[in-house]
Ligand binder design. Structure first.
Ligand SMILES: C[S@@+](CC[C@H](N)C(=O)[O-])C[C@H]1O[C@@H](n2cnc3c(N)ncnc32)[C@H](O)[C@@H]1O
Length: 249
């Protein structure tokens, strides 16, 4: 399940597998096969926590509140433009419901073809408003930022567990280099948090990391943490979800 539930967490099982490092079990092909097999819908990308649950709305409201708190830290002086990229974007849910509102243009990155195809429907209005940028149909591990493009905001939500630690650090280093310099650019990471140790999930071949692991990897990638909040209003059976606001060191 991409959105992990606490009931699924079995510490005995985790300890039985503890000779296997969680992220060493990630397999990109298995992940793509899983994501290609689920419906190209909000319910599909949120592992069954779609619009019939409070999750999508609470998520967007929580992100908007977090961004409002950060407004002064995220100002974008001329001549810069508010160019954003939505990483592991699924069907474009976050761009459709949030990112276009705060950005001039939004690029998206998503490797699963049926999700990319569905973006055409989901993002019609974003396109009509002239805010749809480039769609990269590749994985984060293969993304090499275009040298002339500098982002005001890089949004990574419910997707970085698809990369092993070392690949994730390399990806975040490329993100750092792709941000507008002089502290203008920001990266936001919003992910499930594991309670005690990183957990491998064979369903979508991903890991759920602890808060301590996230903070360690941010430092390794050269980011400093500006602010962090826990998402409110999610069902109690879900793992906590945390938002991190990061700037290059
Ligand atoms: C839980 S969904 C979240 C989608 C979207 N971020 C959202 O919140 O609506 C995880 C997404 O990560 C994508 N994904 C899987 N492996 C990836 C990779 N290596 N690089 C980028 N995205 C990946 C999946 O296809 C899926 O769209």
């Amino acid at each position: 399940m991409p959105i992990k539930t606490l009931q699924e967490y079995d510490p005995d099982q985790i300890h039985a597998d503890s000779d296997l490092i969680a992220d060493s079990q990630i397999n990109y092909d298995d992940a793509i096969a899983y994501w290609s097999s689920v419906p190209a819908s909000v319910n599909g990308v949120l592992g069954g926590f779609g619009e019939q649950t409070p999750v999508p709305k609470a998520d967007i409201v929580g992100s908007m509140t977090f961004l409002r708190k950060l407004e002064t830290r995220m100002s974008c002086p001329a001549p810069y433009k508010k160019l954003t990229i939505d990483m592991g974007a699924g069907i474009g849910r976050i761009t459709r419901d949030l990112l276009w509102r705060v950005s001039d243009t939004v690029d998206l990155l998503e490797p699963v073809k049926p999700f990319v195809a569905q973006m055409e429907t989901e993002l019609t209005q974003v396109q009509q408003k002239g805010k749809l940028g480039t769609i990269y149909d590749i994985g984060m591990q293969d993304w090499i930022p275009e040298p002339e493009k500098k982002y005001w905001l890089i949004w990574c939500q419910w997707c970085v567990g698809q990369l092993p630690d070392a690949e994730l650090v390399e990806f975040w280093k490329r993100c750092k280099d792709a941000l507008i310099e002089n502290g203008v650019g920001t990266m936001i990471v919003k992910e499930n948090i594991a309670p005690f140790e990183d957990i491998f999930d064979e369903t979508d071949s991903s890991v759920t990391r602890t808060d301590a692991k996230f903070r360690q990897l941010f430092i390794e990638a050269g980011f400093k943490l500006i602010a962090s909040d826990v998402q409110k209003g999610l069902p109690k059976e879900l793992f906590p979800v945390r938002m991190y606001c990061l700037k290059p060191q």
